[in-house]
Design a protein around this ligand. Structure first.
Ligand code: AMP
Ligand code: MG
Length: 404
């Protein structure tokens, strides 16, 4: 039996669960999901301050000020940012004030420096001022006791800056899974090694590690393992001991040496699936010692695509995310594309916006071993089973990876 893409993904997502929470320094929490509520313990800003370089004054003193008839005020003090004023502003007086500096008592408005001219002992003010103009009030951004963030929020740079402004250096976040990666196959040669007859380079492990890093997960690179039951069992057990999730590459299709299958079945409750998709039909998924194991197919495009469509969402669920899938959108096809198979076709495409609409162009040969088709692409388009989509018609599309 073949599973549809949705059936396979649902089974995977149902089988994995969110990791426990832990304390984390705020900068290290980038990309993590908040596991607590955050309340403000302080006002932001902590005091009334000036939004401009200028003069703090009493608005009613400069009611009649204009370019032609400036009002002249005595300047009693200069307040740089970071210092508290010592003098009270009275009628007829002003304080020179910098952006972010604390408002002096008595003043209720700030006139920007561009509308003034300093002179011996005082200042000419060339504009009238409204009360509260150019003043940032204590707590106007956030008040003590306010709920600032709720559990479930993704921590982005702006959340980290906000936490810092609230004097919070550590927060509870959901742990992100550590992921071990193993490439399997007697044909695989590490980089730098001599390529003997019949051998190829191990590219999948590098691709998978990079996909993990791009998505913000910690990688445990377990290297290459040959098609040998004892060696593979040792490697996979060691990987499971170190990681929260195990990803293997290769050896899950029919016709393989059954080595990966034999070992994965020994480790836990692993299912070998055929998923109605192209590339990426053969896949393994299951749980061992409570830890998810993904057996990715060996073909390079299949490996990268299955990671993107199945593994990444599952890892995001474990990290506490609720939005798991990349957004899809419609793109107009440039040429006719026929899918006369019973497998959904994920084709590599260049997706570009012209005149407000996305257009998709296929990147040449779509074989699941043709990694270059993905190098040329920035997205995937979906051609449903047994359908021909004609040029000018639309298909579902999504970007592949974070940078496009
Ligand atoms: P398998 O899934 O092991 O049957 O492999 C399918 C195809 O992918 C074969 O042509 C393998 O040589 C190739 N392949 C398997 N593992 C890797 C890898 N780590 N890097 C590049 N190609 C691979
Ligand atoms: Mg193999």
């Amino acid at each position: 039996m073949m599973l549809t893409v949705d059936q396979a993904r649902t089974r995977i997502l149902d089988a994995v669960s969110r990791m426990p929470a832990k304390k984390c320094g705020i900068v290290d929490s980038l990309g993590c999901i908040l596991a607590q509520s955050v309340y403000a313990g302080e006002n932001i800003p902590p005091f009334d301050n000036s939004a401009m370089d200028g003069y703090a004054l009493i608005a009613s003193d400069v009611e009649t000020s204009s370019d032609e008839n400036p009002v002249t005020l005595d300047v009693i003090e200069t307040i740089p940012a970071g210092y508290a004023p010592v003098k009270q502003v009275k009628n007829g007086q002003a304080t020179r004030i910098m952006t972010g500096a604390m408002m002096p008592g008595g003043a209720d408005s700030v006139v920007m420096v561009e509308k003034t001219e300093a002179k011996e002992g005082g200042v000419d003010i060339f504009d009238s001022a409204a009360k509260a103009q150019n003043v940032r009030f204590v707590g106007e951004s956030v008040k003590t006791g306010d709920l600032v963030m709720s559990a479930g929020k993704v921590i982005r740079p702006q959340e980290i800056a906000m936490l810092a402004s609230l004097n919070i250096s550590e927060i509870d976040i959901y742990q992100r899974p550590k992921v071990a990666v193993v490439s399997t196959g007697d044909e695989l040669t590490p980089l730098g090694g001599e390529l003997k007859p019949g051998k190829i380079r191990d590219s999948n492990r590098y691709g998978i590690c990079a996909q993990l890093i791009e998505a913000g997960f910690e990688v445990i690179d377990k290297g290459i393992c040959g098609d040998d039951v004892a060696e593979l069992e040792r490697t996979l057990r060691s990987a499971l001991g170190q990681a929260d999730v195990l990803i293997t590459s290769g050896g899950v299709s029919v016709g393989d040496y059954d080595v990966v299958k034999i070992v994965l079945e020994k480790l836990g409750d692993i299912n070998f699936w055929r998923v109605a998709m192209k590339p990426g039909k053969p896949q393994a998924f299951g749980i061992a010692d409570g830890k998810p194991i993904f057996g990715l197919p060996g073909n390079p495009v299949s490996s990268l695509t299955v990671f993107e469509l199945f593994v990444r969402p599952a890892l995001f669920k474990m990290a506490g995310y609720t939005k798991l899938l990349r957004p899809t959108f419609k793109a107009v096809l440039e040429t006719d594309i026929k899918n006369d198979t019973n497998r959904v076709n994920f084709m590599r495409a260049i997706i570009e916006k012209h005149n407000g609409r996305y257009h998709a162009k296929i990147t040449g040969d779509q074989g699941s071993g043709i990694l270059y088709s993905l190098v040329l692409a920035n997205g995937l388009i979906t051609i449903p089973v047994n359908q021909t989509i004609h040029a000018g018609e639309t298909v579902d599309a999504q970007f592949f990876g974070d940078a496009f």
